[in-house]
Design a binder for this molecule. Structure first.
Ligand code: SMG
Ligand code: MG
Length: 368
């Protein structure tokens, strides 16, 4: 397909709640949306870079620059045989994975739509519904944490993940565990601890967590392997895994026994599939993470989670948990912790251009 045009939009959607983690707080969802146009079809991708470089070194501004100056020009006017062809063209662009992943996702969607098949099926996905959990931000008190867990358990989520940080960890988990003795429960520290301050993490072994997510530095593997030797609870890595080679290194070092996979963090579906192979070869379970995505990113996450190696519930909760109004229809909505996989072409949801226009702050049209 000849890529005729790419449209880059800066979009801001109000969030229904403030989401607090150990590295900061998000009050509104501001992101870049990529639309790739060819032969009357539009493919959509969402860039998960945030406003500031606090989860990842990439930001909305750095992604806009990488996309408009280096990545989009690689495909404009070019006749691409398929979406993986972009992966090869973009190989010389280092890092900038969220920017790359957004364009790659748009191209994957575009090609699948033109072929009239669902992206999930195209990838080798086997599920018609995916099991989902929910990620709960830090709350001001232990009581508010338990109450928040209670509300989300009542909504049927299959696993609850609670954010922790030094000073808000063992007390929260102990209270949640006491109120919900059998709940599949995990915690995410977003890199807030060090080997020296890991005492509370060792204490968490008492509460039967499924795993502890990214306890140490965002680029570390070696200290995670050391920490794993002190814990009976498995470690799951998020920030530290940017590629299949990171995943292979982490597994062989013993730095993790579970992997959180995010399309944007690893630079697109090509890398997701390579991580999927690495994990399958060593029997490491995967799950799909979240970045407070709009319906577009959420639909991509659903496609990712249909792959057979994604055996644990991910963070793709219902769109209505985050937004009063979404830019796609049908909205991705889970019932009883099960998110249906749309069967239509591409990501299987349609962008509502009227709603999108209301949430769009800036539009950059890049014609061939
Ligand atoms: O999409 O519900 C969501 C958020 C899931 O916890 C979540 N994401 O470290 O896994 C993580 C965080 C990173 C993003 S925080 C804005
Ligand atoms: Mg995480």
């Amino acid at each position: 397909m000849r890529i005729e045009k790419v449209v880059l939009r800066l979009v801001e959607m109000p969030l229904k709640f403030r989401f607090r983690t150990s590295f900061g707080e998000t009050a509104a969802k501001r992101f870049l949306l990529v639309e790739a146009v060819s032969e009357g079809f539009s493919g959509w991708g969402e860039c998960v870079a945030e406003d500031g470089p606090f989860y990842s070194p990439e930001t909305t501004d750095s992604a806009r620059s990488a996309l408009s100056r280096f990545l989009i020009p690689l495909v404009l006017g070019r006749d691409l045989a398929d979406a993986p062809a972009f992966d090869r063209l973009a190989e010389r662009v280092r890092g900038n994975r969220m920017a790359k992943g957004a364009l790659e996702a748009a191209l994957r969607d575009l090609f699948a739509r033109a072929d009239g098949v669902s992206l999930a099926r195209n990838l080798g996905g086997t599920r018609t519904a995916i099991e989902v959990g929910v990620s709960l931000g830090l709350q001001p008190t232990v009581e508010a944490t338990v109450e928040n867990v209670r509300r989300h358990v009542a909504q049927g989520y299959r696993r609850i993940k609670v954010k922790i940080e030094p000073g808000s960890d063992v007390d929260r988990v102990a209270a949640v565990r006491e109120a919900f003795p059998d709940l599949p429960l995990t915690v995410d520290a977003n890199a807030a601890y060090t080997l020296e301050t890991a005492g509370p993490l060792v204490a968490l072994d008492a509460f039967g967590l499924d795993y502890i997510e990214q306890p140490l530095h965002h680029e570390d593997l070696v200290d995670h392997a050391r920490l794993a030797g002190r814990l009976s609870t498995p470690i799951c890595l998020d920030e530290s895994i940017r590629s299949a080679s990171d995943a292979a290194a982490a597994i062989s070092l013993g730095a993790c026994r579970v992997l959180n996979v995010k399309l944007g963090r690893v630079g697109g579906y090509g890398e997701v599939l390579r991580i999927h192979e690495v994990a399958a070869a060593s029997g490491v379970p995967l799950w799909c993470g979240g970045m407070l995505e709009s319906g577009v990113g959420r639909a991509h996450n659903i496609a990712v989670a249909t792959l057979p190696g994604f055996t644990k519930p991910g963070d793709t909760a219902s769109s209505s948990r985050y937004f009063d109004e979404d830019i796609v229809e049908p909205r991705p909505e889970a019932a009883d912790g099960l998110m249906p996989v749309p069967g239509g072409p591409g990501i299987g949801v349609e962008v509502r251009r009227d709603v999108l226009a209301r949430f769009t702050l800036e539009t950059l049209e890049l014609p061939a």
